[in-house]
Design a protein around this ligand. Structure first.
Ligand SMILES: C[C@@H](SC(=N)N)c1ccc(Cl)cc1
Length: 427
């Protein structure tokens, strides 16, 4: 319940739109505050401000704020939605595009997002292999912040803490992070979600601290594996999806140069030939799909189903060990080195292309995505200028293949949430 504030005369007109009862001065018959006539006094007549539109959530939220009580999740979301329209208009706003920039050796691709009001710009790793948007924050243990830009919800007028919510996540490379949650405005590529769950790190593992270029991750997997407790939160794409012209986002990563993530449309100028679509299996929360097989260099296509995920958050292409061995048999001097954790070769060696199939053989040959051999030279191994590490490695102990950035940057990829399918095209 709003407590009706008696305002000083000077602020009456400015405040009228914010309060249900406008206080209008009446100079005609001066009386005391209790209605008794007196000299030099003023009486204030109350009239209802017909321009005031009652808003229950906002009224209730004012009471919570008055007593410094964090807002319950639903109320926080209602307040954030009231402050900012959450659904993009179905016109020019229903699609967006953002440049993404590779780190050294294309180890990751970083994209700018803005969070809060006024906007705080952070550089994040878009990761289709997870489903949490988490960022370095003002709450992150200071010794674990080394060069990252942090999000500070206390500086955002649209931030509302999600009461009681926490998160903790671990990734395939052993890295991890965890903290609490705010709802705030998040914008990417011209698209905005008014009440996006922004997971603020209180702790991050050394791998994240050591990467001063990345201020966090935006997971674009499926919300079923979002790690917020007690209530999982939707991804940025899931929150946008219904308002997009097309319920898709596309990844156009490039080798050693900036690429783009688009949302809500398929840019027909970004690829050659046709897009071949195959169904995805999102049961495990990933963009899971099956390739029908592969070819090494100019060799024949080999029918061997490759069950994997399309994962922008993994650098390399991780495949069954028999396929990996088949590839490196075509590389002079290549060998598996345990102490390097994979196949290595001379940095100047000729590398054959690697192609993987998309679509079923079904009599006709499948569409093929060809990874140029030069892409497979990932980087020199630590301390050497002559020995290089392969970009194709084994998926041993993972349980599925991972079509990471090495594969994705050879293609234009459509992540089609509307039709639960993934599309691959050459470019
Ligand atoms: C799904 C990715 S992790 C990610 N993209 N956030 C993954 C899982 C397990 C291994 Cl071993 C390597 C990579």
């Amino acid at each position: 319940m709003l407590s009706i504030l008696f305002l000083l005369v000077g602020t009456i007109l400015a405040a009228a739109s914010a309060n249900p009862i406008a206080l209008l001065p009446s100079y005609a018959n001066p009386t005391t505050a209790h209605g008794q006539p007196g000299r030099g006094t003023i009486s204030l007549t109350q009239i209802r401000n017909k321009a005031f539109i009652r808003n229950g959530p906002l009224d209730l939220a004012k009471t919570y704020h008055k007593y410094n009580i964090p807002l319950p999740a639903d109320l926080a979301a209602a307040v954030a939605r009231h402050r900012q329209p959450s659904r993009p208009k179905r016109s020019s706003d229903a699609h967006g595009s953002a440049e993404t920039t590779p780190g050294p050796h294309d180890v990751e691709y970083l994209t700018t997002i803005s969070i809060g009001t006024p906007p705080q710009n952070l550089s994040i790793n878009i990761d289709t292999g997870s489903s949490d948007l988490w960022v370095f924050s003002a709450e992150t243990t200071s010794s674990e912040v080394k060069g990252q830009t942090v999000y500070d919800p206390s500086l955002s007028s649209t931030a509302a803490q999600l009461q009681g919510a926490t998160w903790q996540i671990s990734y395939g490379d052993g890295s991890s992070s965890g903290g609490d949650v705010y709802l705030d405005r998040v914008a990417l590529g011209g698209l905005t979600v008014a009440a996006q769950a922004v997971e603020c790190a209180r702790n991050v593992s050394g791998e994240f601290t050591a990467d001063g270029s990345s201020d966090g991750l935006m997971g674009l997997g499926f919300g079923v594996i979002n790690m917020v407790k007690p209530v999982r939160q939707k991804t940025f794409f899931e929150n946008l999806q219904a308002g997009l012209d097309e319920a898709v986002f596309t990844a156009d990563l490039k080798h050693g140069m900036p690429g783009r993530y688009n949302f809500g449309y398929v840019d027909s100028s970004a690829y050659t030939g046709d897009i071949t679509y195959v169904p995805i299996n999102s049961t495990d929360g990933y963009w899971g799909w099956t390739s029908p097989g592969y070819a090494v260099g100019s060799g024949a296509f080999k029918d061997e189903a490759i069950v994997g995920i399309a994962d922008t958050g993994t650098t390399l292409l991780l495949l069954p060990s028999d396929i990996v061995a088949d590839y490196y048999r075509q590389v002079d001097g290549a060998k598996y080195e345990r102490n390097q954790g994979g196949y290595v070769f001379g940095c100047d060696v000729a590398l054959p292309d690697f192609a993987f199939g998309v679509g079923h053989t079904a009599g006709g040959s499948p569409a093929m995505i060809k990874i140029p051999g030069k892409y497979v030279n990932y980087a020199p191994v630590g301390g050497s200028s002559t020995k290089c590490y392969g970009g194709i490695q084994s998926n041993d102990f993972i349980g599925a293949s991972i079509f990471g950035d090495l594969a994705l940057k050879a293609a234009f990829v459509v992540f089609d949430g509307g039709n639960m399918r993934i599309g691959w095209a050459s470019k």
